[in-house]
Ligand binder design. Sequence first.
Ligand SMILES: Nc1ncnc2c1ncn2[C@@H]1O[C@H](COP(=O)(O)OP(=O)(O)OP(=O)(O)O)[C@@H](O)[C@H]1O
Ligand SMILES: [Mg+2]
Length: 367
Amino acid sequence: MTGTHPRLEIRNIVRDYDGKRVVDNVSLAIQPGNVTCLLGPSGCGKSTTLRIIAGVDMQTSGTIHVDGHLICDTVFRVPPERRSIGLIFQDFALFPHLTVGDNVGFGLSGSRKDKLPRVGELLERVGLSHYINEYPHQLSGGEQQRVALARAIAPRPSIMLMDEPFSGLDNRLRDGIRDETLALLKDEGTSVLLVTHEPEEAMRMADEIALMRDGKIVQRGAPYNIYNAPADKAAVAFFSDINLLTGTVRGALTDTPFGQFLAPGVPDGEEVEIVFRPQHVGIDFDRQGKGPNPTPLAGAPARATVERARFMGSESLVEFRMDHDQSMIRATVPNVFLPKPGTVMWLTVRRDRCFVFRKASGSVIKP
Ligand SMILES: Nc1ncnc2c1ncn2[C@@H]1O[C@H](COP(=O)(O)OP(=O)(O)OP(=O)(O)O)[C@@H](O)[C@H]1O
Ligand SMILES: [Mg+2]
């Protein structure tokens, strides 16, 4: 059966706590060797979903399958230790009274001598062979994290569940450990479900992102697709700052200071929202009261005045007040450009990077 089924599949998982629906009909499938990130804001139900898969919490309804075999429904239940599922949580507590070597070997069977080849192999892989006889308190946070990873991987689980495993590490350490972890899991062919609330982490790690909100999966897809074809306004806003224009539809078009946008299939009088990211705003100097000529890609330019400009290292964030209606538009530009407040400029927006949503339903309009 293996090969024709996802490695891990959950179907219609629901979890109610005291009458409150915390996980609302979640279905997911993870293919062998793939990394799926469950991404969403705090409290949306990510950890609860993970705990149910691990078997340390119980769903109200729904089923869990590994390689096509049912491992858990509301009647039948394979115990957590027999699911071939590894776990790494944020507080990845190592056993303080065991050496690094014994921590890594904890989930393996046999004598210490039997376990040594696998323990040695993994410690070498994470660059910590020389710590085999030390105790956890003698290691840095990043080193402990790598030991926890080696410990979770040692018994060769076919599935690894990771709940914000990198959030306790400082930024510079984190990038390195993320990449190492990913390389190790890929080498071992492990299927991974990683929980995070950080979009950058998800985009860096995931083959597929499942975007979760209020207990539901709102969108699934490769990072590129989720970023560039978001299902709704909140999905755009979860990945970056956004700019927002509102317009009323007349004859399947809506007028904005940047020219007309298409709104096919939207009835007259309905409001639409046009959403775009600050990095897709183009800026030009004012030339005797004129901006650049309109183009099909950039639409019409709109006049605006610099309100604030902040230097942020690799880029600058410039906030503009639009002449048209005094609303604010944010643009990010390469750091060499830092205009003075009060400077008059012309803004354009890349048409192919704008998302148009029906305001009432939030659904996206495909041009
Ligand atoms: N044992 C419990 N009893 C009652 N409510 C719970 C329990 N566990 C979780 N909840 C509730 O379920 C909701 C989802 O919690 P969960 O821990 O799954 O969120 P999360 O997405 O992991 O958030 P975070 O990013 O902050 O870790 C929360 O509103 C929480 O209060
Ligand atoms: Mg959580």
